[in-house]
Design a protein around this ligand. Structure first.
Ligand SMILES: *[C@@H]1O[C@H](CO)[C@@H](O)[C@H](O)[C@H]1NC(C)=O
Ligand SMILES: *[C@@H]1O[C@H](CO)[C@@H](O)[C@H](O)[C@H]1NC(C)=O
Ligand SMILES: *[C@@H]1O[C@H](CO)[C@@H](O)[C@H](O)[C@H]1NC(C)=O
Ligand SMILES: *[C@@H]1O[C@H](CO)[C@@H](O)[C@H](O)[C@H]1NC(C)=O
Ligand SMILES: *[C@@H]1O[C@H](CO)[C@@H](O)[C@H](O)[C@H]1NC(C)=O
Length: 524
């Protein structure tokens, strides 16, 4: 009997050993680089880390937003110095209203991105990590930031690179894994246009893509410098790849996009849309006070938030008063995320300085969402099937809101000192018309009707890249075909040469014959 138990214990031990071995084989070391000091990028980065660590992997996370309680097997590399690059008033609402903010200018964006890149790779925490010779990774997931510098991490650790793209697919990212899509129906990354394009729009998109190529050359010049200065010194035991090689050598691109949020562009096999993965499957319960307010709002709740970068308190004082007057006339309850104290607040308005946005949107009494139209807010509004009044202020927000308006689940209101009238009109329209809500629900169905959740998809493809050592089979053959071959310019040259040769020979024969005839005539 005792012998039997001993044997069983041994077998169990053996089994446990095998299981733990199998598990440790399946746990990968992953480097995640998400460096833009914008809150929404922090949320996207945390989402990646959450899914990967839940799947049992070990993640090293380079971020300007070190999480307060990082998951167990996460090592955080703090690059919060990056937030110095967002100087002063770039994100101030009043500056945007008076059109003084210049974050919408491409040149400001480019310089901002270059500064974030440099500040990340030069950061002493990152340099310390690079200096550690025992540090190894199975794969790098790096944020594409109008720049490809982070492909250099994959060269240092001699492992595959996976791009993470935070916007809808556009030519600048697609050319890295496939080829430039046609600007006649795939607009620029921050363009508000959507196909079908009118004549002038097509011309403008062509111009954008040509000008964009020059911006890219300019950035590449600096990136190449940063690559040589901050990353190349750590590439050991192999020939140093050129920056140009690395740029086009990613195994995969994870895109924060989904067909329910964008257009049905054709995409290469190595592009995996995972839009919405940042939203947790189980919505956290509302805090008690908000739950009571929302449960008891018989006429429904309007949720108003300008996101985490813009602060509502920068709205001019008078405008805030007029907003409150509009809200006071409503039967509905308004929950306003507002980061300052207000006096004389109407009874139906609740000011919160922090809002559990997803939990509020998930509540059945939530009627609509007044938002800045950031990509995450727009995604969340589709996820929960809640229509939107969009007040775009910068970069991609115009595009998101315009797209939402075209789709039919949003109304756009522009930032201005007299925007209260437009807002009032929009609120009435939202309350009177059910069509916005209907479209939001339909898109929400499309969004949720996927074979697997975006989080599961993301984990699957990251593991697939490691298991297949770079997923070379997913690569588009277009990457290896030069431009002149795609357009058959070589064939064209051959045909032209042939035609010219025929003309030349024919003219020689004709000329010599006519000369002979003339001489013949003269002789007679
Ligand atoms: C993870 O951390 C929690 C505390 O935050 C702890 O209770 C738990 O045992 C840890 N799990 C592992 C696998 O280390
Ligand atoms: C930037 O990061 C530093 C270091 O964590 C922090 O002290 C500072 O408050 C941050 N600034 C902003 C604007 O977030
Ligand atoms: C390109 O990626 C593959 C797969 O990760 C890798 O084997 C190869 O060494 C990389 N090439 C260069 C030039 O870095
Ligand atoms: C708002 O007022 C409360 C108490 O009156 C104070 O504790 C809090 O710091 C104030 N908040 C802001 C943003 O001024
Ligand atoms: C919408 O409803 C408001 C009252 O909620 C009313 O004053 C307004 O006339 C209505 N507008 C339309 C276009 O039906």
């Amino acid at each position: 009997m005792c012998y039997y138990f001993q044997k069983m214990a041994l077998t169990t031990k053996f089994l446990l050993l095998v299981i733990s071995l199998l598990c440790s084989v399946d746990a990968y070391k992953i480097l995640v680089v998400i460096s833009l000091p914008g809150r929404s990028h922090g949320i996207l980065g945390e989402g990646l880390v959450r899914h990967l660590t839940n799947a049992g992997h070990e993640v090293t996370y380079i971020t300007p937003f070190p999480p307060k309680n990082p998951p167990n097997n996460t090592k955080v590399i703090d690059v919060s110095d990056n937030n110095k690059t967002f100087k002063g008033d770039l994100l101030n609402l009043q500056n945007m209203m008076s059109k003084r903010a210049d974050i919408n200018s491409m040149y400001v964006m480019i310089d901002l991105c270059l500064e974030v890149l440099r500040s990340t790779v030069a950061n002493h925490n990152v340099q310390n990590m690079l200096r550690d010779p025992t540090q190894k990774f199975d794969v790098v997931i790096s944020e594409w930031l109008y720049a490809e510098l982070y492909a250099g991490f994959a060269a240092v650790y001699d492992c595959p690179n996976i791009w993470f793209s935070s916007l809808e697919p556009h030519w600048m990212v697609l050319r890295l894994i496939d080829e430039m899509p046609n600007p006649a129906y795939v607009p620029d990354s921050l363009s508000s246009k959507s196909p079908p394009l009118a004549f002038m729009e097509r011309v403008e998109e062509l111009y954008n893509s040509i000008r964009g190529r020059f911006d890219a050359y300019y950035m590449s010049f600096w990136e190449d410098n940063y690559y040589k200065k901050y990353l190349v010194p750590y590439i050991k035991n192999k020939p140093v790849p050129t920056f140009e090689e690395l740029k086009y050598n990613a195994s995969l691109m994870l895109g924060n996009s989904h067909i329910s949020l964008g257009e049905a562009y054709s995409l290469p096999q190595s592009y995996k849309p995972i839009g919405g993965y940042h939203i947790e499957t189980d919505v956290r319960p509302l805090p008690k006070d908000l739950k009571v307010i929302m449960d008891n709002s018989l006429h429904g709740v309007i949720y108003f938030s300008m996101g985490s970068n813009l602060r509502s308190e920068h709205f001019p004082e008078k405008l805030i008063r007029r907003f409150l007057d509009i809200f006071a006339e409503l039967k509905q309850t308004v929950i306003w995320k507002f980061e300052a104290n207000l006096s004389d607040i109407p009874k139906n308005v609740h000011i919160v300085d922090w809002a559990p946005q997803q939990s509020i949107l998930a509540h059945p009494n939530c009627l609509f969402f007044i938002s800045h139209g950031g990509l995450l807010s727009t995604t969340e509004s589709i996820h929960f099937g809640v229509p939107m009044i969009g007040i775009p202020g910068m970069v991609d927000q115009y595009m998101n809101v315009d797209r939402a308006v075209r789709r039919g689940f949003a109304i756009r209101v522009d930032l201005a000192y007299d925007m209260d009238k437009d807002l009032k009109k929009a609120i009435n329209e939202m309350l009177n018309e059910s069509k916005y809500r209907k479209v939001a629900k339909e898109l929400s169905f499309i969004y949720h009707d996927r074979p697997v959740t975006p989080g599961a998809e993301l984990v699957h493809w990251v593991e697939h890249v490691v298991k297949t050592r770079g997923a070379l089979h997913l690569r588009s053959p277009a990457l290896n075909v030069p431009f002149y071959q795609k357009l058959y310019l070589d064939l064209l040259a051959l045909i032209i040469a042939f035609v010219l040769m025929v003309i030349f020979i024919a003219s020689r024969i004709f000329c010599s014959r006519s000369v002979a005839e003339i001489q013949d005539k003269k002789r007679r």
